[in-house]
Ligand binder design. Structure first.
Ligand code: CP
Length: 317
């Protein structure tokens, strides 16, 4: 694997290999006083974020550092991007400076693919850390890692999600998290139901390998997991629902709705979450929710991705 640009068309064996590596890394690091592996010593990872981020950026930095890579963070506001330098020139500059891997977040859908094209002759790997409304593959992988762990009740290595039922709820239209999860979870054999108002579903969703519903109460009793999406106000130009209160009444996960889920079902949210709108605070903070586990697993999944891109082939050779 040279790049990780998306989960559309991902080989399930590749996805499982990353998830198993992440679970193995998590096991091997747990309880250690010094969380440092020598695996990527001498490698340089550059994160390049053109959009705000807390979880993704921090966990890529920690992942690289825990594997002994040199990690450099570049943001559009503090770099020559603010002087008008193009994405292509910035990418070629970072590759020339010695990047073995560029982790990119960008508001334009397709930006990571463009970057991979420009860097094809220089040997630098590209990881898509979220491109517009298109994909966020490492988020989907960390969600799958969390589901494997929670639904398996412990050791996630080798567990699969075949025939598990997962509802993805809310602003599907603007969500790269939803798209990457649909591709990955269905590739792993899960059944995905999208629950959203008609205004927050993409045109063409009928061709996706999912069930579509507008009735959250009706779907909850049959789910193994419910994944709430952030309402992405920054991508909305117009009224997609009457008010935050009405959205919450129809699609928010509150205590009453938590009671409709089976006992074993797990609640996920990629964050940042809008408490009181997408999810009640009492639900977000309940033991049924795996939101902080998602963040923790994000570090191990991103370690696994860097390992598969930068060290795996070398070790095999
Ligand atoms: N889930 C996610 O991508 O969060 P950040 O925007 O904080 O990275």
């Amino acid at each position: 694997m040279r790049h990780l640009l998306g989960t559309e068309g991902i080989d399930p064996a590749d996805a499982v290999a990353i998830l198993d590596t992440a679970a193995g890394l998590k096991q091997s690091l747990e309880g250690r006083e010094v969380r440092k592996l020598p695996t990527l010593r001498g490698r340089t990872v550059i994160t390049m974020f053109y959009e705000n981020s807390t979880r993704t950026r921090v966990s890529f930095e920690i992942a690289g550092k825990w594997m002994s890579a040199d990690v450099v963070n570049v943001s559009s506001s503090g770099s020559s991007v603010s002087k008008g330098e193009s994405l292509r020139d910035t990418a070629l500059t970072l590759a020339a400076a010695g990047a073995d891997c560029v982790v990119v977040r960008h508001p334009a859908s397709g930006a990571a693919h463009r970057l991979a094209g420009w860097l094809k002759d220089v040997g630098t790997s590209v990881v898509n850390a979220g491109d517009g409304m298109h994909e966020h593959p490492t988020q989907a992988l960390l969600d799958a890692a969390t589901l494997r762990e929670r639904l398996a009740g412990g050791d996630a290595t080798g567990q699969d999600l075949r025939d598990r039922r997962i509802a993805i709820v809310g602003d599907v239209l603007h969500s790269r998290v939803a798209r990457s999860n649909v591709h990955l979870l269905t590739a792993l054999g899960a059944h995905v139901t999208l629950v959203a108002p008609p205004t927050l579903l993409p045109t063409g969703v009928g061709a996706w390998p999912v069930t579509v519903s507008h009735d959250l109460d009706a779907e909850l009793p049959s789910q193994d997991a419910v994944m709430l999406l952030r309402v992405q106000a920054e991508r909305m130009h117009g009224g997609f629902f009457p008010s935050a209160r009405e959205y919450s009444i129809a699609y928010g996960l509150n205590e009453r709705r938590l009671g409709l889920l089976p006992e074993h079902a797990v609640v996920l949210h990629p964050g940042p979450m809008l408490r009181g709108m997408e999810i009640a605070s009492s639900v977000a903070d309940s033991p049924r929710a795996a939101i902080t586990e998602q963040v923790r697993n994000g570090v191990h999944v991103r370690m696994a991705v860097l390992y598969h891109l930068l060290a795996h082939e070398e070790e095999n050779a």
